[in-house]
Write a protein that binds this ligand. Structure first.
Ligand code: HAM
Length: 428
């Protein structure tokens, strides 16, 4: 046998056995975001590398070491998108959608990061991404968070909790950054290699360190929330008041800094309480400076992205995925005439009952084999199309999950007969 080609590490196939959960999630999400007035927008998976460098930031882990970048045949540096915000914002600017207008947009699709794969962390993963462009908040911040809280409720997911923080304006963050650098410089010999590297490019990220030996130093660092500018403080207080009013419980985590550079003011994360390191299921924040930074007219905006793999895992754990019914009706064929007429018959039934799922026995097989296939199809009803029955102008009908016997239905009233039989089996 020829040597098999292996899949790429960290990139998963989503199998038919798992797709039910994905489709359920996608259905729920689409319905909910539409109800909140978000419109779908689809942007390319590949963008110019410069877009991500300028938006996410050169010193972030994502741009520094996780991008899938390559040179195109034409010599351009291109990158598989590691997240959706940069492309969505680029799309809004390139399509001249701003001009003082506001947009609530969403997209879903694969993202690519060259991370070390482990449970919940992949190199190709999927995000649901929402962006509210042209909204200064804090009302839209609260509405976005309310939407996510409702999604967990609708999906029956309970073990997630909300953390929020404010990163202040870019000016107040600059001042805080200096304070932080001088604090950590005082303990330079105790910094691990990662933190030492971050001290130059991205000192706020040291606060996010997962290294237990760094925790004491981090705990003693000055808090961003104590150094917010007046407007950001008011914005944050108003957001907290609205969340209390809506009834969404939250925790203020003053060390929540996020790993991408474009944020200002509100940031938030939904954390899965039961998982280990890869515990953020949904995260985002405000990026009031990004649109101008990418050449658009200055426009405030906020958004978030949800890791679909992580939410699917939560759905599975909670046993919240509705069982997939593969077929409504399985058609068993018996005899030569029946076999040659079977497909024509089922195509006519598909015309008459377009919402019903029919599976016809394909590839022959005796009665026993065919009933075994019928059983595996999970269909509640079998039709038996046999030469004898056809000669009498009828088709046999047999419930597969109940001990009721076989009946017959005239071919010319077969569609009505099937509907009636399915209704009596509880499949209206
Ligand atoms: P992020 O925190 O980098 O933010 O990613 C958002 C979510 O994507 C995470 O909370 C997590 O659930 C999921 N995720 C990230 N990396 C992986 C991975 N390697 N494997 C599986 N899931 C992953 C952003 O991407 C921002 N663009 C969010 C945003 C939108 N901010 C404003 N608008």
């Amino acid at each position: 046998m020829a040597e098999q080609i292996q899949p790429i590490r960290g990139m998963n196939d989503i199998l038919p056995t798992e797709i039910g959960a994905w489709q359920y999630l996608e259905r729920e999400v689409r319905e909910l975001v539409t109800a909140y007035g978000y419109e779908e927008m689809r942007v390319p998976i590949v963008e110019q590398t410069a877009l991500f460098k300028r938006s996410i930031g050169e010193f972030t882990d994502v741009v520094g070491k996780e991008m899938y970048s390559f040179e195109s045949q034409g010599g351009e540096s291109l990158t598989l998108r590691p997240e959706a915000t940069a492309g969505m914002v680029r799309g809004v600017i390139s399509n001249r959608m701003l001009r003082g207008q506001r947009h609530k947009l969403w997209c879903v699709g694969p993202m690519f990061r060259y991370e070390t794969p482990q449970a919940g962390r992949y190199r190709q993963f999927h995000q649901l991404d929402l962006e509210a462009v042209g909204y200064a908040g804090p009302d839209v911040d609260a509405e976005l968070i309310a939407l996510t809280a409702r999604l967990w409720r609708n999906l029956g997911i309970q073990r997630v909790r909300l953390q929020i923080n404010s990163l202040g304006s870019s000016e107040s963050r600059k001042a805080y950054r200096e304070l932080l650098v001088s604090y950590f410089r005082g303990y330079e010999s105790r910094l691990d290699a990662d933190s030492r590297r971050r001290l130059e490019g991205n000192p706020l990220r040291i606060l996010d360190s997962k290294n237990p030996e760094m925790q004491e130093l981090v705990a003693g660092a000055p808090l961003l929330t104590d150094h917010l500018d007046q407007e950001s403080r008011e914005h944050f207080d108003a957001l907290c008041a609205m969340l209390r009013d809506i009834g969404v419980p939250y925790e203020v985590n003053p060390r929540l800094v996020r790993g991408l550079d474009y944020y200002s003011r509100t940031v938030f994360e939904w954390i899965n309480e039961s998982s280990g390191a890869q515990n953020a299921v949904c995260s985002g924040g405000r990026y009031d400076g990004l649109i101008a930074q990418l050449g658009g007219e200055p426009t405030p905006a906020i958004g978030f992205a949800m890791g679909m793999e992580r939410v699917v895992a939560l759905l599975m754990q909670a046993g919240q995925v509705p069982a997939a019914t593969k077929a409504d009706v399985f058609i068993v064929l018996n005899g030569e005439r029946a076999t040659s007429m079977g497909l024509g018959l089922v195509e006519r039934l598909r015309n008459e009952l377009p919402r019903r799922r029919f599976e016809i026995n394909l590839g022959g097989g005796n009665f026993k084999t065919q009933f075994r296939r019928a059983d595996r199809s999970a269909a509640p009803l079998a039709l038996i199309v046999g030469d004898d029955e056809l000669a009498r102008g009828v088709v046999g009908m047999k419930p597969l999950r109940q001990e009721t016997g076989q009946t017959e239905c005239p071919i010319e009233r077969l569609a009505q007969g099937i509907e009636a039989a399915l209704a009596s089996l509880g499949c209206a």
